[in-house]
Write a new protein. Structure first.
Length: 200
């Protein structure tokens, strides 16, 4: 019979298991490996993962929750940069781009897949936190009179543009002659000009 594990041991092994699972999900996709193969990656028995998770979908939910939280932390650090609303919004946007391009596997796991929120509360909480970071930096811009309109809607407009551009870049679908940063700069300028508060 397996010995009882301490809270620290459970937490440590769950992290190791999620690290290995994240690699396998990134390399092989959702259905590209079995829990037996995951256990082999970790050098444990085939039944060990079941001591920590019900099934592979629950592991996927934990991996995605970690990714959403890492993403949210990156944007929150950007938003907390000293400066005015525009500087902080720009820092949050730069944090978004860095995360997507430098941790592509996590970014794709977050947005390429979906799971029912009611089945995975930890995932739902992490995804909600991440969504909040996508609109949080717009509120000060509206309050300062730099943009006009519903800040949450504006935040989603910026997110839709940014996510679309990032996914095209990651998929290699942009024209080779198209400079990704120039594309983003032009799109941001067009949106800001269109949403800028007009003098009365």
């Amino acid at each position: 019979m397996p010995r009882p594990l301490s809270t620290a041991e459970v937490s440590d092994f769950r992290e190791r298991l999620c690290d290995a699972a994240a690699r396998l999900f990134a390399e092989r996709g959702r259905d590209g490996f079995t829990l037996r193969e995951l256990a082999s990656e970790l050098g444990v028995s085939a039944m060990t993962p079941y001591r920590y998770f019900r099934d592979k979908d629950e592991i996927l939910a934990a991996v995605r929750a970690r990714a959403f939280n890492k993403f949210a932390e990156a944007l929150e650090r950007g938003f907390d940069t000293p400066g005015g609303p525009a500087a902080r919004a720009n820092a949050a946007g730069e944090a978004y781009i860095r995360f997507a391009l430098e941790d592509t596997a996590s970014y794709k796991l977050m947005f390429d897949l979906s799971q029912p929120d009611d089945a995975y509360p930890e995932l739902a909480e992490a995804a909600s936190r991440a969504r909040g970071t996508l609109t949080r930096h717009i509120h000060p811009l509206v309050e300062a009179g730099l943009l006009q309109g519903d800040p949450d809607l504006i935040g989603h407009i910026f997110w839709a543009m940014l996510h679309g551009a990032v996914m095209l870049q990651l998929a290699g679908k942009l024209d080779p002659e198209c400079d990704f940063r120039k594309l983003l700069d032009g799109a941001f300028r067009a949106l800001i000009d269109g949403l800028a508060a007009k003098p009365r």
